[in-house]
Ligand binder design. Structure first.
Ligand SMILES: [Zn+2]
Length: 170
C-alpha cells in the first residue's frame, strides 16, 4: 500500500548505551525534549521504540550534562508559553533559534517525548518542576507578570504573562 512504512525503525544507538542508573522518569517533559534534540535521534517523523527513545534521552543528557539540559529546558518552555500567546520578543526568539536551529527537529523531539512519558511516566520531583519556565531575554511583562498591549481602536489592555504569572508558576 503506497505510503505505508513497513521498514523497521532501527537507530544508531547501540545496546548498552543506556547507563544502568539512567531513569527517564526523573526528567521533565522539556528536559527530555532538549536531551532528544541533542542526541543522535534521526530527524524524521518516525519515532523509535520506547527503549530507543530512552537511550536517546540518556545520550542527550550525557552529552550536555543534566544541569545544561535543565537550563535549556526552562528557556525552551518559557519560549513555548510566550509563543502560544504570540508574544515572543525578537531577542527571545533569536536566543531560542540559536539554541534550537532546527524547529522541525525540536518538534520531532517533543513528539518522542510524548512516547517517553507514556511508557516511562514521570517521578513526583520531575512533575513538580515540569511547569518551570524562564525567559531568555527581556520578557514582554518586564517581570511584572502583566503585559500591557495597545490595540488600535480598542485602547490599552493587559494580559497575564504566561511565564511570570501563569497559574503561579515562575
Ligand atoms: Zn513575563
Amino acid at each position: 500500500m503506497p505510503g505505508t512504512v513497513v521498514e523497521r525503525v532501527t537507530g544508531p544507538v547501540a545496546a548498552g548505551v543506556v547507563p544502568a542508573v539512567f531513569d527517564a522518569a526523573g526528567l521533565t517533559s522539556s528536559e527530555r525534549t532538549v536531551a532528544l534534540y541533542a542526541s543522535d535521534m534521526p530527524t524524521r517523523r518516525r519515532y523509535g521504540t520506547k527503549e530507543q527513545v530512552r537511550a536517546w534521552i540518556a545520550q542527550g543528557v550525557e552529552r550536555l550534562g543534566h544541569e545544561e539540559v535543565a537550563r535549556r529546558a526552562v528557556f525552551c518552555y518559557g519560549h513555548r508559553l510566550l509563543e502560544l500567546s504570540n508574544l515572543v520578543p525578537a531577542a527571545v526568539r533569536a536566543a531560542h533559534e540559536a539554541r534550537f536551529p532546527d524547529a522541525f527537529r525540536l518538534d520531532v523531539a517533543a513528539q518522542a517525548t510524548a512516547t517517553s512519558i507514556c511508557f516511562d511516566g514521570m517521578h513526583e520531583a520531575a512533575r513538580k518542576r515540569n511547569g518551570a519556565a524562564r525567559v531568555d531575554g527581556p520578557c514582554p511583562c518586564r517581570g511584572t507578570g502583566s503585559i500591557r498591549l495597545w490595540v488600535y481602536g480598542d485602547g490599552m489592555f493587559s494580559l497575564v504573562c504566561p511565564v511570570h504569572n501563569g497559574g503561579g508558576r515562575a
